[in-house]
Design a protein around this ligand. Structure first.
Ligand code: GLN
Length: 304
């Protein structure tokens, strides 16, 4: 039997000792207020047993991790139609890169770069009567946790400074791949990114990707085939131009956010979330990546 608890306790000890913790994101001004000393890790296994260490119950801005959840919501609503508007190839580029959008006629490379997530946001804005409210309810239902909220300060902070996202949305609009107006799509996008969740809540939300689309309470949200596709995208595109490195070091499908969170999973086995706000040069949590490398190396539990 693998002792997850003692492994994650050791990981937390290592993280507390680390001197190079990466740099907390500041291009969204509100995120810069978070201490780089924070570190949490939480595991939820397929038998619904959980293991927690460090600041695993403290909420933070999930940022790009939300892109997997909007993808799941829209995939469940519109099915394979979705792939007409967004591709499934890794970009090898940073999350906010715009050049490929021009080369490929407004079809973003994948749903996890910002341009792709903005197209997914557009689909939800078209489909839902009250997009922000309905997306939040979806997350609350998925996790069975009605305490989850948007962080309005973070959303408004990004709204004031998110020029690259305005550029991406405008380019999409010029190619006819944005059906609503730029303002309302970005308003939804900035709110989805501002969702505040802790490591425990993230593993609970990502349980469906470990469990063939079925949540902890047994409700089916996605088909096995849809989950296969979302996990493949997490593996190949979840860490932007560091997806290769994450597969190499950790070997799990996963997703990062500039709030310092990472969620990853081994199908049929476990979901894990880490939070450490300091980022590496590629915008992924520095200690979170190191922690997951240590976890999969010590447990031998990766997809490889
Ligand atoms: N809201 C952020 C942005 O659009 C999300 C980026 C991220 O977490 N990688 O820039």
């Amino acid at each position: 039997m693998i002792d997850y608890q003692s492994i994650i306790d050791t990981i937390v000890t290592h993280s507390k000792e680390a001197t190079n913790r990466g740099i907390v994101a500041s291009y969204i001004p509100e995120l810069a207020n978070v201490s780089s000393q924070k570190f949490g890790i939480y595991i939820l296994d397929a038998n619904k047993k959980s293991y927690s260490s460090g600041e695993a119950l403290e909420g933070f801005s999930i940022q790009s991790i939300s892109k997997v959840l909007t993808l799941a919501f829209s995939f469940g609503l519109v099915g394979d139609e979705l792939w007409k508007r967004v591709d499934v190839e890794p970009s090898g580029d940073p999350f906010n890169h715009l050049s490929l959008l021009e080369q490929e006629n407004g079809i973003p490379r994948n749903p996890f770069i910002n341009a792709g997530a903005i197209v997914i946001a557009d689909i939800l804005v078209s489909r839902l009567k009250k997009p922000k409210e309905e997306f939040l309810s979806f997350i609350q239902e998925l996790t069975n946790d009605s305490s989850i909220r948007y962080n309005e300060k973070v959303a408004l902070s990004e709204k004031r400074t998110g020029y690259k996202n305005y550029a991406a949305a405008s380019l999409l609009k010029s190619y006819g791949n944005l059906h609503n107006d730029v303002e309302s799509v970005l308003d939804f996008y900035f709110y989805q990114c501002s969702l505040e969740m802790n490591c425990q809540q993230l593993t609970s939300a990502f349980y469906i990707f470990m469990n063939h689309g079925k949540c902890q309470r047994g409700k089916i949200y996605l088909t096995t085939n849809q989950v296969k596709r979302i996990n493949a995208l997490m593996l190949t595109c979840g860490f932007y131009d560091e997806a290769g490195e994450f597969a190499f070091e950790v070997g799990l499908p996963g997703k990062s956010g500039v709030g310092g969170g990472i969620v990853a999973l081994l199908p049929n086995t476990y979901c894990v979330a880490t939070w450490s706000p300091g980022l590496n040069a590629k915008g992924n949590s520095k200690l979170g990546m190191a922690a997951l490398e240590e976890l999969t190396t010590k447990t031998g539990h990766s997809i490889f």
